[in-house]
Design a protein around this ligand. Structure first.
Ligand SMILES: Cc1cc2nc3c(=O)[nH]c(=O)nc-3n(C[C@H](O)[C@H](O)[C@H](O)COP(=O)(O)O)c2cc1C
Length: 215
């Protein structure tokens, strides 16, 4: 790799070490509202289709509401893992499952739950690319901004099985779709490592499908 400036190295560090954090979320350290706003201020620099910016960010800190969402999350998570119970899984899968089940157990104790919402609802696959493409980049930017400040999160979707009940609980109006839920906390330690991935050279094709010879 080419030599990087300090600034480039800092960006690469955040990009390569922003992991899904579950067991190392600090459940005891409060998260200041200001740090959430700072990260969301960066997140909304992300692009949106047609520059629509139809996002709203639901930040949940109320213990009673977090407990209710925690029940929705657990109930859907249990069904997900029950459905997978018979499938053959490798070591990494089992590690992820163990970590995901830990998060299910403690979800309401995570200091902040952030639910990104976006106006409308996609009618079909073609629309859904632009639709979710108008909130996912901002969600990821939010995760990166958290990482840069010593906080962590996990992109989760289990609670969406109870999207309506969650909307009722939080007063989210009809016409807005919940895209994910991010439990947010300071992390215990910050020595996260790049994940194992297939070499990029194997999955990048140049000028023709399957041609991995860079030109
Ligand atoms: C769209 C999406 C939905 C996910 N939903 C959940 C979830 O409901 N619960 C959970 O514990 N993790 C969830 N994850 C996290 C993945 O399991 C995680 O990315 C995977 O374990 C790889 O870890 P890494 O991001 O650190 O490489 C989700 C991730 C994505 C991108």
């Amino acid at each position: 790799m080419a030599e990087l400036s300090e600034q480039q190295s800092a960006v690469d560090w955040v990009l390569s070490t922003t992991r899904t954090v579950r067991k190392r979320l600090d459940l005891t350290r409060p998260v200041e509202p200001q740090v959430i706003l700072d990260c969301l201020r960066l997140a909304i620099q992300a692009p949106t289709g047609g520059n629509a910016q139809g996002w709203r960010w639901m930040v949940v800190t109320d213990p009673v509401k977090k407990a209710a969402i925690g029940e929705f999350y657990r109930s859907a998570g249990r069904k997900y893992f029950a459905a997978k119970a018979d499938s053959k899984r490798g070591e990494q899968d089992l590690r992820v499952q163990d970590s995901a089940q830990y998060l299910m157990d403690v979800i309401e104790r995570v200091p902040v739950l952030v639910i990104p919402c976006i106006k409308g609802r996609p009618a079909n696959v073609e629309q859904s690319a632009a639709y979710f493409g108008s909130i996912h980049p901002a969600i990821w930017s939010f995760s990166l901004a958290l990482r840069a400040r010593g906080l962590g999160s996990a992109w989760t979707s289990f609670h969406l099985a109870h999207e309506r009940e969650t909307a009722r609980l939080l007063g989210i109006p009809e016409g807005f779709t919940q895209a994910a839920m991010l439990p947010v906390a300071y992390t215990i330690g910050s020595d996260f490592k790049p994940a194992k991935r297939r070499p990029v050279e194997e999955i990048t094709y140049w000028n023709h499908w399957d041609n991995t010879a860079a030109r």
